[in-house]
Write a protein that binds this ligand. Structure first.
Ligand code: ARG
Length: 462
């Protein structure tokens, strides 16, 4: 639409300038321009393939569209607000370049199926990119894990010391979360990769189009079976935002751990200067801004998911302008998730260092081996619940005496229960406590080594 143009002969006056601005999406949907061009090229090819336009006309449309792509890439095409949205902007420019033939592009199409096509093409690309980012993140976790099978770290439940762990095991938990994220995105991709092109405004078209032809050109797996559904479905966007939110949940949990680990109270990691910031007033401070920002940005991604759900919940079929509100949230989510994955990958790779000395101390200074004392007795025939109660009492008296379990003499152990022998000391050493947990998926060194091998294969999968 040019500045002074009305919509059609039906309209007598132009839009109020403030309403034109309110209505326009060009300021943000310009992000879709290359996908819009690609989609239009496929549409033009289909129009000529089906004889709706001549081959020459088809050729002109495709070439003209390609020129717009080049102009855009070179910064020579910067449509303003008068274009309303990216679709009109491209069509208008096309007509300027190739003349009246450009006006044939929109035959048998509506902006409704067009914008749906563009959004899907965009998300398809972005999903693949985010999956790559996830792989990089996983590889870093795996590298650290491989070097730290025998590094021990306190494991927590309720943020209370529970049982010591192999640090590798701890990091592999995040690798598994990222693996599900990777798989989840692959699953969302299937629902993104369906073509709405040719659904028209809502009811299909009177022209003898070939929807399979455009779907094939655009590498869609299939086409929407119902035109109303095709133009108004945003399930794929909700699913994407949900998968993105899940990634953020995982990144935010890791962020929270890093923030705790870097505190004076834990001192499990040192933040490197390349990934930490100082305070403008307190010279001693080194702040974990990266994980804090990731944790903080989680909120806006959840917000976009919530917004999309609310946008959809009351929409009657088919297209409603409300749907224009899908884009900013999707774009921001894509950019935020990529930025957070990249930042966390860098942080884990070179922004922090685990402190083995401090970790080794940490696993010896508590009662996180108490379960192993109970297991020791249970393995020697004492019913577990009885052993559990007995050890509870020992913990209580030890705390009162200012002792740890390792400080009890053999005599003291045997007073508690005659089944205790010299090997209790070995059984409750942090290393042994970890090494003994050889159940499948457990933190024992053997299952962890197996898990590392499996994870290596997993992350190589593309
Ligand atoms: N800019 C619009 C959007 O993003 C394009 C589709 C407009 N369709 C319409 N019937 N007004 O949704």
């Amino acid at each position: 639409m040019t500045e002074k143009q009305t919509w059609s002969q039906r309209f007598e006056t132009v839009l109020h300038p403030a309403i034109a601005l309110f209505n326009a999406s060009i300021s943000f949907d310009i992000e879709l321009i290359e996908y819009d061009i690609t989609g239009s090229q496929a549409h033009a090819q289909m129009l000529s393939h089906t004889g709706i336009i001549s081959p020459e006309e088809g050729e002109q449309l495709v070439t003209g569209l390609e020129q717009i792509r080049q102009e855009y890439r070179e910064g020579k095409f910067q449509p303003g607000i008068d274009a309303e949205d990216v679709h009109f902007a491209v069509e208008k420019r096309l007509t300027e370049i190739i003349g009246d033939v450009g006006k044939k592009l929109h035959t048998a199409r509506s902006r409704n199926d067009q914008v749906g096509t563009d959004t899907r093409l965009y998300l398809r690309d972005q999903i693949q990119q985010i999956r790559q980012y996830l792989r990089e993140f996983q590889k870093v976790l795996l590298d650290i894990a491989e070097n730290n099978v025998e590094t021990l770290i306190p494991g927590y439940t309720h943020l209370q010391r529970a049982q010591p762990l192999s640090l590798a095991h701890h990091l592999l938990a995040y690798l598994q979360m990222a693996q599900r994220d990777w798989e989840r995105l692959g699953d969302v991709y299937k629902r993104v990769n369906i073509s709405p092109l040719g659904c028209g405004a809502l009811a299909g078209t009177t022209f003898p189009i070939d929807r399979y032809y455009t779907a094939k050109l655009l590498h869609f797996d299939s086409i929407y079976a119902n035109s109303l559904d095709g133009v108004s479905d945003r399930d794929f966007a909700i699913e994407f935002l949900c998968a993105a939110s899940m990634i953020m949940v995982h990144l935010s949990r890791l962020s929270e751990e890093v923030i705790l680990w870097a505190s004076e109270e834990f001192r499990f990691v040192t933040l490197k200067d390349s990934c930490a910031t100082g305070s403008s007033i307190m010279p001693q401070k080194k702040n974990p801004d990266v994980p804090e920002l990731v944790r903080g940005k989680t909120g806006r991604v959840f917000g976009h998911l919530q917004a999309m759900l609310v946008i959809m919940k009351g929409l009657p079929l088919a297209y409603n302008k409300d749907l224009q509100e899908d884009k900013e949230g999707i774009f921001d989510t894509v950019n935020t998730v990529k930025a957070c994955l990249e930042a966390m990958t860098i942080l884990m790779r070179e922004g922090l260092e685990f402190r083995p000395q401090r970790l080794a101390e940490a696993v010896t200074e508590d009662f996180s081996n108490a379960t192993d004392v109970a297991d020791y007795l249970a393995a020697r025939g004492v019913p577990f619940r009885e052993a559990y109660n007995l050890v509870g009492k020992v913990v209580k008296t030890s705390i009162a005496a200012g002792k740890l379990l390792k400080d009890l003499t053999l005599q003291e152990w045997q007073q508690i229960h005659p089944a205790f022998a010299e090997d209790i000391y070995e059984a409750i050493s942090p290393r042994q406590v970890v090494a003994a947990r050889n159940s499948h998926g457990g933190t024992g060194f053997e299952p962890v080594k197996q898990a590392l091998i499996a994870a290596r294969t997993q992350v190589l999968q593309q």
